[in-house]
Write a protein of this length. Structure first.
Length: 150
């Protein structure tokens, strides 16, 4: 497992990237490294491993797929939220169902469809880490972000 350290406005941030497809995890990592000063990114390939790493790392940010083996991303997010309540969760998934999106956003701060990662991920990460509400172009006009109260 490679570790990288990331900075937002010179403040180091801890990141956890969770996807069962290793080439996509590498792709996400490369986007983060290109757009942030990254030196600490941990990776997980399933929901159970994500929960364990989140408890240990207490990441500032978790990029989380929904379709994961062992434990799906929504349930993993619920558990991560309990074990690491300050972690921000950005779902990065192929799933375009509004019901799934709303269920995911009951525990996460943002939702980016994989097809839009190139155009929306960096903005979503920047916005979430600054405690604001991101809004992807695919879902413009809808408030699918979690409120800051929980």
């Amino acid at each position: 497992m490679k570790a990288f350290r990331c900075y937002l406005d010179r403040t180091p941030i801890r990141l956890l990237v969770v996807d069962d497809y290793e080439p996509f995890r590498r792709f996400l990592r490369s986007i983060l490294q290109k757009n942030f000063d990254c030196r600490n990114i941990l990776e997980a390939s399933d929901g159970g491993e994500a929960v364990t790493l989140a408890e240990e790392l207490q990441p500032d940010l978790v990029l989380l797929d929904i379709g994961l083996p062992t434990l799906n991303g929504i349930e993993a997010a619920r558990r991560i939220r309990q074990l690491s309540p300050k972690s921000k969760i950005v779902f990065v998934t192929e799933n375009r169902s509004s019901d799934i999106r709303e269920a995911a956003l009951s525990t996460g701060e943002a939702y980016v469809v994989k097809a839009d990662v190139g155009s929306e991920l960096v903005a979503a990460v920047n916005t979430v880490l600054r405690n604001k509400k991101p809004m992807g172009s695919r879902f413009a006009g809808h408030n699918f972000t979690r409120t800051s109260g929980g």
